[in-house]
Ligand binder design. Structure first.
Ligand code: PLP
Ligand code: ZN
Length: 396
């Protein structure tokens, strides 16, 4: 399908230097991530609520604000926005929703980033794709690489949930297990990529995963019929989803869809790995490496996120906040969400339930506000964590 992308160029998120979007690009010479820029005036003429009604129900429906390329698609995006009234009532909230990203191919929102990154990598002639992963991104990359017919190398901590390792292997990827964290896996990819000829798909080290993730913001606007919620709670590891949605909101404003008001963005992290919350509480602009990171929410085990400056500035700009939850709280909240609303969540998603409860109790979220929690992954991939959750339920 030929899609009407309006991409113009890439621009450094820190120093503003411009790059040609028609060739392979990774980081800026200053070391910071590049962001895709579009001709939004032209995009706005065809990207309308009316036109969207007739488009395919995948994230490629937002073609004008995505890069060029013949889409490598497995049906990702347009996930359900589920009202959760019982859960909401238990916190005194009247308009609570879960955006259920567990419904994506490979069971997580990582599919969004990978469909776009792999589409672009294929068009640019990449011969092998490689990425470090906390778990779900590896599974998604392996699936889209298989769909594109390109070999993939996934570098993964040895103690990642078994389902993540198995899916990568099933998709035919080469899996390198390391005794360490995603930061160690990232170093491995950086050290090997030139010699091996790998196209590096690491978080924010190529410009297009964020473009796929930003479609979560476009979908909210579409699913709320041209409006945005008041508050968005997002389990933050690398922060790409959060940065991506804020980018989407800026694009929407430039297209005249929304005004200057923004949903207040809330970064939810695990107590055992909370570099962003630590920086936020200390009123800092950047985050220090979080030592000895440990949590059952494997996707939140990102001790040194490359997008720290962007995440913190977006929390400030949207008058948001950042807070932690413990593993035990996540396990408990996962059971609550499953039993009260029928959503089987990843611990990362369950973390947002606890965070909402805390913010509603403190009055930071008001009863009438429209609130969206992101369940970023399916519980079906977290057998180990769920086993623990159900065991602790029996002993309570
Ligand atoms: C289920 C899940 N939730 C959240 C995250 C964190 O995502 P982000 O990098 O967008 O902050 C991950 C990352 O691996 C994940 O797998
Ligand atoms: Zn730069």
């Amino acid at each position: 399908m030929k899609r009407p992308s309006t991409v113009v160029e890439l621009e450094c998120s820190a120093c503003g230097k411009k790059y040609d979007a028609s060739v392979e690009q990774h980081l800026c010479t200053c070391g910071k991530p590049l962001l895709a820029r579009y001709d939004l005036g032209s995009a706005a003429t065809s990207l309308t609520l009316e036109n969207l009604k007739t488009r395919p129900r995948t994230l490629w429906r937002y073609a004008e604000v995505l890069p060029n390329g013949h889409a490598v698609s497995l049906g990702e995006g347009m996930t359900a926005l589920v009202p959760v009234p019982r859960l909401g009532a238990s916190m005194g909230l009247r308009r609570l929703y879960v955006k259920d990203e567990g419904l994506n191919p490979t069971g997580s929102f990582k599919a969004r980033g990978m469909t776009v990154a792999v589409t672009r990598a294929k068009q640019l002639g990449a011969r092998a794709l490689a990425a470090p992963t906390a778990g779900n991104a590896g599974g998604a990359l392996a699936a889209y690489a298989a769909a594109a017919g390109i070999p993939a190398v996934i570098v993964i901590p040895a103690d990642t949930p078994l389902a993540n390792v198995m899916e990568c292997q099933a998709f035919g990827a080469k899996v390198v297990k390391l005794n360490g964290l995603i930061s160690d896996c990232g170093k491995y990819v950086a050290e090997h990529k030139d010699r091996e000829g790998w196209y590096d798909v690491s978080t924010l080290k190529e410009p297009y995963r964020i473009e796929g993730k930003k479609t979560m913001g476009y979908e909210l606007w579409e699913q709320f019929e041209g409006k945005l919620p008041d508050v968005i709670l997002y389990p933050t590891g690398g922060g790409v989803g959060l940065i991506g949605m804020c980018k989407a909101f800026d694009e929407m404003q430039e297209m005249g869809w929304i005004g200057a008001a923004r949903p207040r963005m809330v970064a939810v992290q695990a107590e055992g790995c909370a570099p962003i919350v630590k920086a936020w509480d200390a009123h800092q602009n950047s985050a220090a490496f979080f030592e000895n990171a440990e949590t059952i929410a494997s996707g939140l085990r990102v001790p040194g996120p490359l997008g720290d400056l962007l995440i913190l500035s977006m929390l400030r700009q949207t008058k948001g906040t950042a807070l932690t939850v413990t593993d035990e709280e996540m396990l408990h909240a996962g059971r609550e969400l499953a039993a009260s609303e029928g959503i089987f969540a990843a611990p990362e998603g369950a973390a947002t339930v606890i965070a909402t409860r805390k913010l509603a109790a403190s009055g930071w979220i008001q009863p009438e506000e429209t609130v969206v929690l992101f369940n970023t992954g399916t519980g079906y991939k977290y057998a180990e964590a769920w086993q623990r959750a159900l065991q602790s339920a029996r002993t309570e």
